[in-house]
Design a protein around this ligand. Structure first.
Ligand code: GUN
Length: 300
């Protein structure tokens, strides 16, 4: 039995970042300053702190300017709003990302709507959501994880995805829905399945491209996969350590796909970790450079 090719998200992200570093140098020469990403972190959630640190490190590594604004966990809605307003008004800042989740006293939707849509490198502002849904990709900023999913699918299947049967399991605003719009723009035949889908296994078996983004560990079984399909696993779930593991063993990360059986059926599959994860930050950097170019062109 042949095994699926592993889609190496780490390597693909590294190659993308390397190309961006050269483009950032060219931008800085033309514009007189490098692309700049500002990240706002509210509170001290350890996972959020790590994400924010990694985003800043990657930005600096590829020659972007990186700004971090940290507010206390009890910061008021108004305090977060005025931080966003200041970054909107600063012409040297091209991209703004407010790390989610936000504390309960801050209205996250209202904060996202305050971000200048041209600086909304998460692609969460309703104007960017609408542009994506309308297929106006040349004007939109699109969410980073779904953009990474498409980049990995193209790496495995070739740049022309037209006509492929794409099944996305999961309908979140951050991954499932925007991934559906992006794959539609690639001329795939798109199905969004979810927890209430009838005969989920049969729906999955139709897929030439299966995108798993439900957050249910190893939900997708090997025999749900069409032989020769490409499988992109967005899930990041903590699995309990095996019974014979030492007491201080760290929890393993597993995806939404039951990896070993799936690997024996698919043609190409992403590992977890090391698949979609590294692509998210690479696409954030891509969005920041795109935003910088658009703002520079609009001002001259
Ligand atoms: N928290 C977890 N994922 C994300 C993301 O993609 N963007 C933001 N802003 N916060 C997050």
């Amino acid at each position: 039995m042949t095994e699926a090719k592993l889609i190496d998200g780490k390597a693909i992200a590294a190659a993308s970042n390397e190309a961006l570093a050269a483009e950032a140098t060219a931008f800085a020469e033309e514009a007189g300053a490098p692309p700049c990403l500002a990240v706002v972190l509210v509170g001290d959630d350890p996972a959020s702190a790590i994400y924010v640190r990694n985003k800043g490190r990657t930005a600096e590594k590829i020659g972007f300017r990186s700004i971090k604004r940290v507010l206390p966990a009890d910061a008021s809605h108004e305090a977060v709003a005025s931080e966003v307003a200041a970054l909107n008004d600063d012409p040297s800042v091209h991209g703004i990302l407010v790390q989610l989740p936000l504390p309960a006293q801050v209205d996250a939707s209202a904060i996202i709507e305050l971000i200048d849509p041209e600086k909304d490198v998460d692609g969460f502002h309703p104007l960017n959501v609408g542009r994506l849904a309308a297929g106006e990709l040349e004007r939109a900023l699109v969410p980073c994880t779904p953009a990474g999913v498409v980049a990995l699918a193209r790496d495995a299947m070739g740049d022309d995805l037209a006509g492929a049967e794409a099944v996305i399991v999961g309908r979140s605003n951050i991954v499932g829905k925007p991934a559906a719009h992006l794959l539609l723009a690639e001329n795939c035949t798109v199905t969004i399945a979810h927890s209430r889908t009838r005969s989920l296994a049969d729906v999955c078996r139709r897929a030439d491209l299966l995108v798993a983004a439900v957050g249910r560990p190893a939900l997708i079984q090997g025999d749900w996969i069409k032989p020769g399909a490409t499988v992109i696993d967005v899930g990041i779930n903590r699995a309990p350590p095996p019974a014979d593991a030492s007491p201080d063993a760290r929890p393993r990360l597993i995806g939404d796909v039951d990896f070993e059986p799936a690997r024996r059926v698919a043609a190409a599959i992403t590992p977890v970790p090391g698949g979609v994860g590294p692509m998210t930050i690479a696409m954030l950097m891509r969005n920041t450079l795109t935003a910088a170019h658009r703002q520079f062109e609009a001002r001259r």
